[in-house]
Design a protein around this ligand. Structure first.
Ligand SMILES: [Zn+2]
Ligand SMILES: [Zn+2]
Length: 268
């Protein structure tokens, strides 16, 4: 597998299982050219299951030691996954400027103070469609407000947790808001991610749905990364064959690798 995995959590993330060193060793065993660690920084999130704020100084120290000791050919990059919420614009602008990140993912995990992964979120709407719509509207709002990220991660993440448990998705039901979201990202020079994490859940599909990838491309979007969202060694690069097929089918000929917040386009 000669593709970069740019969404990886070590145990510097609250829900990560394995050390930076073990994650890197596993990536090397799998023959990956590059991995980017993207630890959770969900500032002010009040999750039911803990605090998801990486100790960034300790993470940078551990990362730097590993990078200095690791043998080629695996390249390591230093990233973060920001949990975007509208009131955090100034906070995250300052945070991102304080560290030498290669890649900054922006994610919507919390909407209107509720974690979309917990039943309370969907239970607070009369229909599943209304909950999905609100999720996409919240992402549009964050895409307009924030500029400190490079890639909007797992764009339809909430749908993994929809009560119907279905991975079916009809773009046209959300077409207006999704078109606005994708156009906003394209206008701001921001990319999206193909996240394979959902393949490992009962949901069993990529995030976002391939129709969203296709539409981003149709509207002129070119910046796309691939990420496993691995929280342990065995999930690194899992499902990449499916992600690559979806990208090709959606009209992409290149994917991006980020270093020092700049994209390099590599042929698929
Ligand atoms: Zn996430
Ligand atoms: Zn993640």
């Amino acid at each position: 597998m000669h593709y970069a995995d740019q969404h990886i959590h070590s145990n510097f993330s609250t829900d990560g299982r394995d050390t930076l060193n073990n994650m890197a060793a596993s990536a090397m065993d799998k023959g990956l050219p590059l991995i980017c660690f993207t630890e959770h920084m969900d500032y002010d999130s009040h999750y039911p299951d803990g605090i998801f704020e990486v100790d960034t100084d300790a993470y940078l120290k551990g990362f730097t030691e590993l990078k200095n000791n690791i043998k080629a050919p695996l390249e390591l990059c230093f990233g973060v996954e920001l949990g975007l919420q509208p009131h955090l614009v100034d906070h995250f602008n300052e945070y991102v400027n304080n560290y030498p990140f290669d890649l900054v993912l922006g994610s919507s995990h919390i909407v209107d103070g509720m974690d979309a992964a917990f039943p309370k979120y969907y239970n607070s709407f009369t229909t599943e469609k209304a909950a999905n719509m609100r999720y996409f509207e919240a992402e549009l709002h964050c895409a307009e407000l924030f500029s400190c990220f490079d890639i909007y991660a797992h764009l339809d993440y909430a749908l993994r947790y929809a009560p119907s448990g279905t991975s079916d998705f009809d773009y046209s039901e959300y077409g207006d808001v999704l078109d606005s979201l994708l156009k906003t990202l394209i206008d701001k020079g921001k990319g999206i991610e193909v996240n394979t994490g959902g393949l490992r859940k009962s949901f069993k599909r990529l995030n976002p749905h391939p129709s969203i990838l296709k539409r981003y491309r149709e509207l002129g979007g070119e910046i796309v990364t691939i990420g496993s969202d691995a929280h342990n060694t065995s999930d690194i690069a899992s499902g990449f064959d499916i992600a690559l097929s979806a990208l090709s089918d959606s009209g992409f000929r290149y994917y991006c690798v980020f270093r020092e917040r700049k994209a390099e386009y590599l042929r698929i």
